[in-house]
Design a protein around this ligand. Structure first.
Ligand SMILES: Nc1ncnc2c1ncn2[C@@H]1O[C@H](COP(=O)(O)OP(=O)(O)O)[C@@H](O)[C@H]1O
Ligand SMILES: [Mg+2]
Length: 241
């Protein structure tokens, strides 16, 4: 049986009295890409925040390679091996590219070929040219690469990407897609949240669709690619293929 890298079971999450996630459950297999899709406001970022420990789930269980992480502090969850590329990127604009990466460095994990500062710059040559520039002066695409690099340098066992293509021009979106494929080929387990279902369906193995805080579809990507009704109903766009 495939190893479950990340598993959510019956997760309920609230903002105060506002009940947003209702019994959410899905599993990401090791070395795979799971696309988490759904309309704006469906609860995708809330789910990511629940996994990262920014919002403790009120019910349910979250496990990382079998270890329960629900209710732990974000730093503990990050140390156990979950890396986040947050929605909106949130790099430090007044620090240099190099500083943004160095401060995110953690003890190199037991992986065979850990991510180092030099390997991140090899992955993103345009960042290498700008390593001393202030991150706030980078283009949107470069900031996104920096945000990905910053998550990778912690050598996460599971990488969470929250809308990495948001606000980027099509050519840059294609570059983000190539990067995600490269990471997957390197064996990285990934949860990819996207509004751009074309990008997500291109790189994903498994798909979970949220609607108003509930999982309304879970299955292999092929079942979604050929299901225009499902896409139109829950994603609100027609995916040309
Ligand atoms: N900080 C917050 N406080 C209260 N409600 C929130 C907060 N953030 C998001 N919500 C609500 O939770 C629901 C899910 O939002 P979100 O997880 O951001 O959706 P998505 O990422 O799928 O667009 C929405 O109804 C949103 O208004
Ligand atoms: Mg969101």
């Amino acid at each position: 049986m495939a190893t479950e890298a990340l598993k959510l079971t019956d997760v309920d999450t609230y903002y105060g009295d506002s009940h947003v996630l209702h019994g959410v459950g899905f599993a990401l297999e090791e070395k795979r890409v799971l696309a988490l899709l759904g309309r704006n406001g469906a609860g995708k970022t809330t789910c990511i925040s629940s996994i990262m420990g920014f919002l403790a789930p009120r019910n349910g269980e979250i496990t990382l390679f079998g270890t329960p992480i629900g209710g732990l502090a974000p730093e503990a969850i990050s140390k156990l091996g979950i890396g986040l590329v947050p929605q909106g990127r949130r790099i430090f604009p007044s620090l240099s590219v190099r500083e943004n990466l160095i401060i995110a460095r953690q003890r190199e994990k037991e992986s065979e070929k850990p991510w180092t500062y030099d390997r991140i710059l090899d992955l993103f040559p345009s960042l290498a040219e700008r390593s001393r520039q202030l991150a706030g002066l980078l283009s949107g695409g470069e900031q996104q690469m920096l945000a990905i690099g910053r998550a990778l340098i912690g050598n996460p066992r599971v990488l969470l990407l929250d809308e990495p293509s948001e606000g980027l021009a099509p050519l840059i979106v294609a570059e983000v897609a190539r990067t995600i494929k490269q990471l997957k080929d390197g064996g990285q387990s990934i949860v990819l949240v996207e509004q751009n279902s074309g990008l997500a369906l291109d790189v994903a193995d498994q798909v979970v669709i949220f609607n108003t805080g509930r999982c309304v579809f879970t299955g292999p990507v092929d079942e979604v690619r050929n299901n225009d009704d499902l896409i139109a109903k829950h994603l609100g766009v027609f995916h040309a293929h």
